[in-house]
Design a protein around this ligand. Structure first.
Ligand code: PMP
Length: 454
């Protein structure tokens, strides 16, 4: 109890998290989570809540799995760290890279480089994309295209391709030669509500940008198969195949940022696979190790990977690598997590449970005065909160209403995530019907309570 009181009293003074902690105060203390089991977590006050957020869309296999803990301890008993520099390696990283290649055989992934988180995985992908063009004799290909509303982490490369200006403004100047294209977002776009027309309009913009810049200057296009942090934006089904086709026309690399969608969350093993598309490079993190340990990975297909090994002797070493690259405990934990993903068919469960969650929440768009749209794919679902339904004006996050709805849902037993004007749901992929229904019920009651107070 002494410790509990310490956590309550000292909670925000020393821990620095620029995105969230400055908003906290005595009236808005952080939610201190002390325990987890499956898709439930327990807070400092002993409340057991459904984890509708899955940590931060990463705890795919659920909390406190014995198999993962055992894999971590067994690896620590052998060796907890050795570097993967200077010709050495540890067994788990070799096994995990083989495992990822086996799981992504359909995508012809043949090489995997490990790092510590999603931002590293993106940074690595952007650097390796540029280096690929050096290796194949087209060093003028340095530019990157991405989507508005895209989110690719917090490193300088990722910031430069991120969509929303508020991620970037304080850190400029960023990388030059980065261009953001309108997202294929049916709910809010200047083109059309018809999915096919919208997909075509965005593809046209991409093609025009490549032509205007000169295709010999464009290295890669980076995008999330379903945009997550930008508000759970699901593109029209034809968008990714059309994207792949236009990039192929100009030989531009496709980087699929699968940090959220990788390993099942959007209802298929990889998000791009869900659209029938094979990327050249995939950024992986979150679900690879389900949050048990930090881990990122950048996966290269044969086209990209082969360039290295053909040219390696001439170009010498690759100046990119982290102390934590191939961390044995991280890789051992990830191997255990990926076994669970396969054995329990978590992509299949995400598709099934995601459909139930979406259907359960959809009526809120009719019933509640401030829910504009409920959308999602697999276990990525968003409630778009609006101040004016007809105008589809996003709710101002500054007025506290989105946070209030999330707070009410928590009182009803489910943690949901207010992110700007959108309430995001991304529970563990092991979730079952009763817990889906608790989330639906909690949000329904929360919205009803808000409307009753007006
Ligand atoms: N890419 C995407 C698509 C993400 O959603 C995130 C994190 N939410 C990142 C990259 C960055 O990952 P990390 O926070 O682990 O650095």
């Amino acid at each position: 109890l002494d410790r509990d009181n310490f956590l309550r009293a000292e909670n925000t003074r020393h821990q620095f998290h620029p995105m969230t902690h400055p908003m906290m105060s005595a009236e808005h203390p952080p939610q201190i989570i002390t325990h987890g089991d499956g898709c439930y977590v327990t807070d400092l006050d002993g409340n057991r809540l459904v984890d509708g957020v899955g940590g931060l869309w990463n705890v795919n296999v659920g909390h406190n799995r014995a198999e993962v803990k055992q894999a971590i301890v067994e690896q620590m008993d052998r060796i907890s760290y050795y570097s993967s520099f200077s010709g050495s390696a540890t067994a788990p990283s070799i096994e995990l890279s083989a495992k990822v290649c086996e799981m992504a055989a359909e995508e012809e992934i043949t090489k995997v480089m490990f790092s510590a988180n999603g931002s590293d995985a993106v940074e690595t992908a952007l650097k390796l994309a540029r280096q690929y063009w050096h290796l194949v004799g087209q060093p003028t290909r340095t530019k990157f295209l991405s989507l508005k509303q895209g989110y690719h982490g917090v490193h300088f490369g990722g910031l430069s391709v991120n969509g929303a200006p508020y991620y970037r403004n304080a850190y400029e100047p960023l990388l030059g030669g980065c261009f953001q294209i309108d997202s294929p977002w049916t709910y809010r776009n200047p083109y059309s509500e018809d999915p096919e027309e919208l997909a075509d309009a965005v593809i046209t913009q991409i093609e025009r940008t490549i032509q205007a810049q000169g295709s010999q200057t464009v290295a890669a296009f980076i995008a999330e198969p379903v945009q997550g942090a930008g508000g759970v934006i699901v593109p029209p089904a034809s968008f990714w195949p059309k994207l792949r086709a236009v990039l192929d026309k100009y030989e531009v690399l496709l980087i699929s940022d699968e940090v959220v969608t990788g390993f099942g969350r959007s209802g298929s093993m990889f998000g791009a696979r869900g659209w029938g598309v094979k990327p050249d490079i995939m950024c992986l993190a979150k679900g690879i190790s389900s949050g048990y340990v930090p881990l990122g990975a950048t996966a290269l297909n044969k086209r990209v990977a082969d360039a290295w090994y053909k040219e390696f002797s001439e170009t010498g070493i690759i100046m990119h690598g982290y102390t934590s690259t191939g961390h044995p405990v991280g890789c051992a934990a990830a191997l255990a997590c990926l076994d669970i993903v396969e054995q329990e068919d978590l992509p299949g469960n995400a598709a099934k449970m995601g459909a139930r969650l979406l259907e359960g929440l959809k009526p809120l768009a009719e019933r509640c005065s401030i829910v504009g749209e409920v959308r999602g794919k697999g276990l990525m679902v968003g409630l778009d909160m609006v101040s004016d339904k007809d105008a589809r004006s996003p709710m101002d996050p500054g007025n506290g209403i989105v946070e209030r709805i999330a707070g009410y849902a928590r009182e009803e037993g489910a943690i949901v995530r207010p992110a700007g004007s959108v309430i995001i749901l991304s529970p563990p992929l092991v979730i079952q019907e009763p817990e889906i229904d608790i989330i639906v019920d909690a949000l329904t009651k929360a919205c009803d309570r808000y409307d009753a107070e007006q």
